[in-house]
Design a protein around this ligand. Structure first.
Ligand code: ZN
Ligand code: ZN
Length: 307
């Protein structure tokens, strides 16, 4: 189907895609947090009507036939295709998408407000859903960018206690306003020592794809804790084998989420229980916004707003 884009959010994964040495498609239009209105349906396309407002995600499509797909986990399909990677993405006035992999956008949300939930919200929600639950459980969020801010909000909705670690005091102030009980600036304070003072956290999630941050997150865990890795980069990381084994550390990657979670993310946002500051820019200003994101200068998210 052909979607006329109204807004498309900028995501760290766009920077990650941009930094790839070889891409499956060139030239390539980036962007995978697009919200727009269905303008045309291809032959035999079902699941959407002309005029519907839908949100595109990083998951452009999957095979629909494998075990993962049949279990409603297309995010685990080995033949998945990505928006703004395998196919052109949403930083364009028009974008082609498959309705069965799009989110329904609630009427309560503007296109700009909805865009960040298509990737950042969905990804953060899925990560938090894996965290050890219970009102006494601590979740440590490493990296308080858009995903981190949304993760804090989902964690609070789930009744978790939150610690937030970042290098930027403004972002830590935001984390505090969102309900983080402990905030640590890792340039002036050792986050491992700070979090081990409370006995360590049950779950630590790294939204930063850096080996040193991943090591800090791992060392902040209490025994049998869960290390969740979300932030991407072209890198490897090392952890202490002795500590991982003796402390029975569990390590998991977390990527996007399942379709039911995407729908829930939109419902929660429509109820105004979650929000993220989203500044807008024009398509012409997008390269500058990408530089700001790279440098960690964005307070929240940025979305291109189409006229
Ligand atoms: Zn993304
Ligand atoms: Zn499949």
């Amino acid at each position: 189907m052909l979607v006329r884009a109204e807004a498309c959010g900028l995501c760290h994964s766009d920077l990650f895609v941009q930094s790839h040495d070889s891409l499956p498609k060139l030239p390539l239009t980036l962007g995978h947090e697009a919200v727009g209105v269905v303008e045309q349906l291809g032959e035999g396309v079902e699941g959407a009507s002309i005029g519907d407002r839908l949100g595109l995600t990083f998951l452009h499509g999957a095979c629909g036939r494998c075990e993962a797909c049949l279990m409603s986990h297309p995010e685990l399909c080995p033949r998945q295709q990505y928006t703004g990677f395998h196919v052109d993405g949403g930083f364009a006035e028009y974008v082609v998408a498959r309705p069965e992999y799009c989110a329904r956008i609630p009427a309560e949300l503007s296109p700009v407000a909805a865009a960040p939930f298509c990737c950042a919200g969905w990804t953060a929600f899925h990560a938090v859903a894996q965290a050890e639950s219970g009102s006494k459980s601590w979740l440590a969020v490493f990296g308080v960018g858009g995903l981190g801010q949304l993760a804090i909000q989902y964690a609070r909705l789930n009744g978790l206690r939150v610690a937030a670690v970042d290098v930027n005091d403004d972002k830590l102030a935001t984390a505090k306003s969102l309900g983080a009980r402990i905030v640590v600036n890792s340039t002036t304070q050792d986050p491992v020592a700070a979090l081990q003072r409370i006995g360590g956290v049950q779950t630590a999630v790294s939204f930063v794809g850096r080996p040193d941050v991943i090591q800090q997150a791992a060392q902040s865990l209490r025994r049998n804790g869960l290390l969740l890795l979300v932030g991407l980069d072209h890198t490897d990381f090392q952890l202490s084998l002795v500590q991982t084994v003796l402390h029975q550390v569990r390590i998991a990657g977390s990527f996007l989420g399942n379709p039911a979670e995407l729908a829930e993310v939109m419902e929660i946002a429509a109820r105004k229980e979650t929000a993220i500051q989203t500044d807008t820019c024009s398509l012409d200003d997008l390269p500058d916004a990408m530089e700001d994101m790279k440098a960690g200068r964005l307070p929240g998210r940025v979305a291109v707003k189409f006229a």
